[in-house]
Every structure is written in structure tokens, then in C-alpha cells.
Design a protein around this ligand. Structure first.
Ligand code: PLP
Length: 388
């Protein structure tokens, strides 16, 4: 069966060049990067070269990069490592659970926590950050791009507010990296999270930028790896893969590939809006990353649409979570003010580097007829059709 993958915000395929760069580190170049002999020196050089590539993507020094096991660990390291009991922490209602739950854990151990709302467009208002500052505000954690809607947040303004208040600023750029340019100095952050598998490197590798001079308590205790910020023998193949993916991402951004991606995403979005009635784009009125569109298809269940499309070869997703057997609507869409039914009717399409114009044509041929078929089966849609 012909299959098209438009769920790149969940994970991306490892690029062939990334895989090739990693390959020797599973075999002949097997050394422990902490060993002083030839084998160790070989892998140490590869780790440090990857650190340079990641630093170039983010506009920082290599010594400010800490390799971790992924976005979740980087978020937890930043949040648990920069705030402690008695501190006030500010975050937003649309963060990934890696941030929201790490902040909730801080609250359980004695931090004060403020969770900021977003408006109907999915945007945090920087003046809300300013108004919730307290004398003991230690950390502000706000993401750069939302994983469900792709909406870009005003992180530079928030960075300035944090600097004026003398608070740390952490931003999760897992869904922004490789899609838009990132410069840690312009953002004004003390810590910044990226994840390998969202930028065509493998799963299980990530990094945290930690600004020079920022004291961060490690999560893991052990050896003095990563300048005592993250203990544990380095995942050398993963690190090499992340470095290669960062290098490719930087070149692509410099060549304007993000604009080509946005044009494909817009064609998909406009095509669906033109062919299907009772739909709308969640977060469509503000700046977004170029690869994401989140659309509510009223009167149907997003989960049913995801399953029906998958049966025909198209992989997309909903932001819904299954909790205790029931489908919970996405916390992001609910925070934006969508009614639970509309949030449950929403589906995310996310493009990757491997996405082609033919993939978009495939999706455009499939989505309208599949929505129409599901609506024919939907009692809610029939009731609405009779009453209008
Ligand atoms: N932050 C955001 C915004 C994400 O989208 C994700 C993954 O979906 C994560 C953090 C977690 O990253 P990882 O899967 O590498 O732990």
C-alpha cells in the first residue's frame, strides 16, 4: 500500500546522511569517549565535533551544549535544575507535558507555580508574564513553537522580561528547531531544549543549551560527563546523528528550505479549506512554524478521521490523550478556548524534509472524501443538516 507520513511533529525519519554518519560508531569506532586511548580519543573527537554543529544551529558556544536522552530529559533538567522549593515558577497552559508535569512536580515539592493562559489564537501575552512576576520568581519556562498548532510564541519579549526581573528563562524549542532560525542570544534564554528525533536524528538523543555561568543542578549523579551537568557514558552514535542533523538543518535554513515547506503546508491547508465545509485552522491567524497545520473538522471525531485516513495510507494525528479509557481533548486546544467537541474534531498534519508535492496531492485527494464519508455516518452532522 502507498503510505504517506504527515506526522513529523510526533517523530521524523532519520535522514540517510545522518544514518551514514552514525554507522561507524556502532562498529569500528566503538570507544568510550572518556577513555584516554586511541579508541576513546576517536569517539571524543566525534562527540566534540557534533557539539560544535549543534552550537552553530543555536548560535551558542559548544561548551554551552549538554547532551541528554531527549526533549523530556532536557526539559526536566532545566526545570528541576534551575528552581527549588520556595521559588516561584511561571509556565504556560500549552506547554508539552514534559514541561507542564515537571513544573507540577516542582509545585508538589514546595514551589509556587503560575500557569499562564493563552488567547484564542494560541498566543501567550508577555504582559501576563510581567504581571505575574513575584519577588521570588526564579524561572520562566515558555515554549517557542507549540507541538500541536505550530504557533510561535513571543519568546524574545519574554526573555527581556525575565532579564529585567533577574529570573531564569527556559524555552523548549523542540518543535521550532530546524524549522525556524534560532539564536539563543536574541531569545535571551538561560536554557533551551532540543530533541533529535524531531529534526531527522534518532529517537533517544537531545540537548540542553545552558548559558555560560548558569548554575544548574544535575538530575543524574555519577561521573563527570558533560562538565558534571549530565552523568552517564555518552550515546556516541546518537550524538553524532544529532550533530549531522543539526548541520543539515542549518544549511537548509540558510538556503530558505523553510519557505518551500511553508508553501507545501499552505497548499495542503488551503486545499482542505476550499474543499471541505465546517472546518477551520487552529492557530491559523498568527505566525507558525512552516510544517504544521491543525484543522478542526466539525461534527466528526478526530480519532475516527485519523483511523480512516490510516486505513487508506495517510498518517496524521490528533492531540488527544487517552486517559482511563476515555478520549480527553487536547489541553492545548482547550486552553485556546475550543469547545471539547471541536477540540476532539481536530487533526494535525505535520510535514518533514522527506515530504513531497505528491504527498500533498495524495492527502488532498483523500481528506475531503474521507471527511464526507464520516459525516454521512455522524448523527450529529445529520441533525445539524436537518435543522439548517
Ligand atoms: N517538547 C515538545 C514541544 C515536544 O513536542 C516533545 C515531543 O513530542 C518533547 C518536548 C519531548 O521530546 P522527547 O520525545 O525527545 O522526549
Amino acid at each position: 500500500m502507498h503510505r504517506v507520513y504527515l506526522d513529523n511533529n510526533a517523530t521524523t525519519p532519520v535522514l540517510p546522511q545522518v544514518f551514514e554518519a552514525m554507522r561507524p560508531y556502532f562498529g569500528e569506532n566503538f570507544g568510550n569517549a572518556s577513555s584516554i586511548h586511541h579508541h576513546g580519543q576517536e569517539t571524543r573527537a566525534a562527540v566534540e565535533s557534533a557539539r560544535e554543529s549543534v552550537a552553530k544551529l543555536l548560535g551558542c558556544s559548544a561548551s554551552e551544549i549538554v547532551f541528554t536522552s531527549g526533549g523530556t530529559e532536557s526539559d526536566n533538567l532545566a526545570i528541576a535544575g534551575l528552581a527549588e522549593a520556595g521559588d516561584h515558577v511561571i509556565t504556560s497552559s500549552i506547554e508539552h507535558h514534559a514541561v507542564l508535569h515537571a513544573c507540577k512536580h516542582l509545585e508538589e515539592i514546595g514551589c509556587e507555580l503560575t500557569v499562564l493562559p493563552v488567547d484564542g489564537r494560541g498566543l501567550i501575552d508577555p504582559s501576563d508574564v510581567k504581571h505575574t512576576l513575584r519577588p521570588n520568581t526564579k524561572l520562566i519556562s515558555v515554549m517557542m513553537a507549540n507541538n500541536e498548532t505550530g504557533v510561535l510564541q513571543p519568546v524574545e519579549e519574554i526573555g527581556k522580561i525575565a532579564a529585567e526581573a533577574g529570573a531564569y528563562f527556559h524555552t523548549d524549542v523542540v518543535q521550532a528547531a530546524a524549522k525556524v532560525a534560532i539564536d539563543v542570544m536574541r531569545i535571551g534564554c538561560h536554557a533551551l531544549t532540543i530533541s533529535g528525533h524531531k529534526i531527522h536524528a534518532p529517537q533517544g538523543i537531545g540537548a540542553l543549551y545552558v548559558k555560560k555561568g548558569t548554575k544548574i543542578r544535575p538530575l543524574l549523579h555519577g561521573g563527570r560527563h558533560e562538565r558534571s551537568r549530565r552523568a552517564g557514558t555518552e550515546n556516541v552514535p546518537g550524538i553524532v546523528g544529532l550533530g549531522k542533523a543539526a548541520e543539515i538543518a542549518k544549511q537548509a535554513l540558510d538556503c530558505g528550505d523553510d519557505k518551500k515547506m511553508a508553501a507545501m503546508r499552505d497548499r495542503l491547508e488551503q486545499g482542505i479549506l476550499a474543499q471541505v465545509e465546517d472546518v477551520g485552522v487552529n492557530g491559523g491567524r498568527v505566525a507558525r512554524v512552516p510544517n504544521t497545520t491543525n484543522i478542526h473538522f466539525d461534527h466528526i471525531e478526530g480519532e475516527s478521521l485519523v483511523i480512516a485516513l490510516d486505513l487508506k495510507g495517510l498518517a496524521v494525528s490528533t492531540g488527544a490523550a487517552c486517559s482511563s479509557g476515555a478520549i480527553e481533548p487536547s489541553h492545548v486546544l482547550i486552553a485556546m478556548g475550543l469547545k471539547p467537541d471541536q477540540a476532539r474534531a481536530s487533526v494535525r498534519f505535520s510535514l518533514g524534509k522527506q515530504t513531497t508535492a505528491d504527498d500533498i496531492d495524495f492527502a488532498l485527494a483523500l481528506v475531503p472524501e474521507t471527511v464526507a464519508r464520516l459525516r454521512e455516518l455522524s448523527p450529529a452532522y445529520k441533525r445539524q443538516a436537518i435543522s439548517t
